[in-house]
Write a protein that binds this ligand. Structure first.
Ligand SMILES: NC(=O)c1ccc[n+]([C@@H]2O[C@H](COP(=O)([O-])OP(=O)(O)OC[C@H]3O[C@@H](n4cnc5c(N)ncnc54)[C@H](OP(=O)(O)O)[C@@H]3O)[C@@H](O)[C@H]2O)c1
Length: 277
């Protein structure tokens, strides 16, 4: 499994698994657990979840999927902005740990910016690190100016990751956010890397897919994964999708492929405000 380096020097898998919308339908539960376990077997050992997903239901499902193999997993969860006070972070983390059936998170993220001062959230994260309940902390949905503000705060330089919307159709971060994060050695974790399945049914992706005998979704995922500083976390409840995503990691797009993608999905020529899904 290819890895991406965090500022601490720790290496994490470049391809992980998302869990949004998992844990919502009881009839899907067994399949979702099986999909996550198959992903683990294939080396997709980074799992991204959040207290928000199915209001704790996704964390419970992840807890079931990783039972007996916690040590082989890089576990990521997120705190709601309204819980992100110093005390609130500690309490929310306890609840997440209980649902996940573990005593530590590998990475804990602020899901998006709310009204609680970032300095209070950082204090909460640093407290949790000190007592070993989280190994790293980071943020999500932070644009370049948010990252600069964060970096200027006490311990703000300890941010390990920024998880944002980045895929072939949402290339805005290439203009300024990715270059800024690169200067700081902070990787980007790309969410919705295949645009929640909403990709055009014709054009560059289809043409490139035909050339490589893969699917347009695999091309889109390979595009997101082409950079050494990007981790992608597609969500797949279908076991065939999990296997396809793993294969996409080995798909090398050629310069010709990338030029074709630039025609259909032009890289940004000016600042584009960070989008959220
Ligand atoms: N921080 C944030 O604010 C934020 C926001 C959004 C998402 N996220 C995280 O990022 C993860 C991924 O994003 P996402 O779930 O929004 O969207 P996504 O991963 O881009 O797309 C998921 C959809 O694509 C389908 N799919 C997966 N692999 C496929 C393949 N190889 N071929 C065809 N279809 C495929 C899935 O179907 P099946 O499930 O049927 O396989 C599902 O419907 C989330 O689950 C969550 O963990 C974070």
């Amino acid at each position: 499994m290819r890895t991406v380096r965090l500022p601490s020097g720790d290496e994490v898998p470049a391809l992980g698994q998302g869990t949004w919308y998992m844990g919502e339908q009881p009839q899907m539960r067994a399949q979702e657990v099986a999909a996550l376990r198959q992903g683990l077997d294939l080396g997709l050992t980074l799992i991204d979840t959040a207290e928000m997903y199915a209001e704790g239901g996704a964390e419970e499902l992840v807890g079931e999927a990783i039972r007996g193999r916690r040590d082989g997993v890089f576990l990521v969860s997120k705190v709601y902005p309204h819980n992100a006070s110093r005390k609130g972070v500690a309490e929310a983390c306890e609840r997440s740990l209980r649902r996940l059936g573990t005593d530590y998170l590998d990475l804990y993220l602020l899901h998006w910016r709310g009204s609680i001062p970032l300095s209070a959230t950082i204090e909460g994260f640093e407290d949790l690190k000190r007592v070993g309940k989280i190994r790293h902390w980071g943020v999500s949905n932070f644009d370049t100016d948010d990252m600069e503000e964060l970096a200027a705060l006490h311990s703000g330089g300890n941010c390990a990751i920024n998880q944002v919307l980045y895929n072939v159709r949402r290339r805005g971060p290439e203009f300024d956010l990715l270059p800024w994060m690169k200067t700081q050695g902070i990787p980007l974790m790309a969410y919705s890397p295949i645009e929640q399945g909403r990709l055009p049914g014709r054009g560059a992706l289809t043409e490139i897919a035909r050339r490589h005998a893969v699917t347009p979704f695999q091309v889109a995922l390979a595009f997101t994964l082409r950079r050494p500083d990007v981790i992608a976390i597609p969500k797949a409840s279908d076991l065939a999708h999990v296997a396809a995503n793993r294969q996409a990691l080995d798909l090398q797009l050629t310069d010709e492929d990338l030029a074709l993608i630039d025609q259909d999905f032009p890289p940004p020529r000016r600042k584009v405000r960070l989008e959220m899904i």
